[in-house]
Design a protein around this ligand. Structure first.
Ligand SMILES: NC(=O)C1=CN([C@@H]2O[C@H](COP(=O)(O)OP(=O)(O)OC[C@H]3O[C@@H](n4cnc5c(N)ncnc54)[C@H](O)[C@@H]3O)[C@@H](O)[C@H]2O)C=CC1
Ligand SMILES: O=C(O)C1=N[C@H](C(=O)O)C[C@H](O)C1
Length: 267
């Protein structure tokens, strides 16, 4: 049995992850953490997740939640994740990170701490989006300079970061395949007399509203034709199952930073 702790246990993803752990073979939830002051502290994590009692109370003490665990699954916020990573690094626990919105400096810090423990960090744990990353690389290489690239992402009105981590990764994949630097060519805002679009830029557009789980479209727009690669998430369950699969995959891995392409064997 692989023992797993979940932090952000009462969050939108936390509940789906706890349910996915319960449904998976060979895994057991051994700890659940939330922020201090959260109304669900002390409650049974399975009841909070809606999958029935699991005998694990939600605590605000991560070290207590990690006492029996081999792996921590963390879908929270960058600042919280970095603190949790330091604790996992000190205690020698593996980690699966789904949080998004990291700055380049924060990503470097994750990479540095992952030199001591195995870590999977991925902005999107679904098989479909990771297949899209591969398709996008190939499309960008085939289509090349004659096509303008625009990326549009849609998410629910509770999402805190923009553009989504997935959209940023899609932009990075396309930019790299076209020999560009995403940080130099991404354009996040157009208003007023912007002048003509440059061929190099990658437009990044964000839509927020209602309960949209997550939708990403990359447009390759040429003269007289257009390719659109779209991924639509219908529920959060495949993100949760992906994070559980990553936790299982980490079993025998050496310290280092991995992503879902590693987990899914897509590299
Ligand atoms: N990689 C992937 O496949 C996916 C990533 N995400 C990302 O996961 C993150 C969380 O998303 P949601 O679950 O929708 O957000 P949410 O806001 O529903 O959940 C976050 C939870 O973290 C808790 N939290 C805050 N501070 C904490 C602390 N110090 N210790 C423990 N828990 C703490 C909050 O109370 C909340 O319950 C976001 O960054 C989102 O972009 C979301 C879906 C899929
Ligand atoms: O916050 C979300 O909900 C999601 N976040 C991830 C991201 O930022 O890419 C993945 C998914 O689209 C849902």
């Amino acid at each position: 049995m692989i023992k797993i702790a979940v932090t952000g246990a009462a969050g939108r993803m936390g509940g789906r992850i706890i349910t996915a752990i319960k449904e998976a073979e060979g895994l057991v939830l051994s700890g659940a953490a939330e922020r201090s002051g959260h109304a669900m502290i002390g409650q049974d994590a399975g009841l909070v997740a809606g999958c029935g009692p699991l005998g694990v109370s939600i605590t605000d003490d991560l070290e207590q939640a990690l006492a029996d665990a081999e792996v921590l699954i963390d879908f929270t916020f960058p600042e919280v994740t970095l603190k949790n990573l330091e604790i996992c690094s000190r205690l020698g626990r593996k980690m699966v990170i789904g949080s998004t919105g990291f700055t380049p400096e924060q990503r470097e810090w994750v990479a540095r701490l992952a030199q001591g423990i195995p870590v999977v960090l991925a902005p999107n744990m679904s098989v479909g989006v990771n297949a899209c990353f591969k398709l996008l690389k190939e499309a960008a290489q085939i289509l090349g300079e004659g096509f303008d690239v625009e990326i549009v992402e849609l998410h629910h009105n509770k999402k805190k970061d923009a553009p989504s981590g997935t959209a940023v990764r899609m932009g990075e994949v396309v930019a790299e395949a076209m020999g560009r630097d995403y940080n130099q060519c991404a354009v996040f805002h157009r208003e007023g007399m912007t002048g003509e679009r440059t061929p190099e830029e990658i437009g990044m557009q964000t839509v927020r509203g209602g309960d949209i789980v997550g939708e990403h479209t990359v447009y390759f727009i040429g003269m007289g034709e257009r390719i659109e690669i779209t991924h639509r998430a219908m529920s959060r369950d495949m993100f949760a199952r992906g994070s559980v699969r990553a936790a299982q995959w980490l079993g025998d891995k050496a310290p280092g930073l991995y992503d879902m392409q590693d987990v899914l064997g897509l590299k």
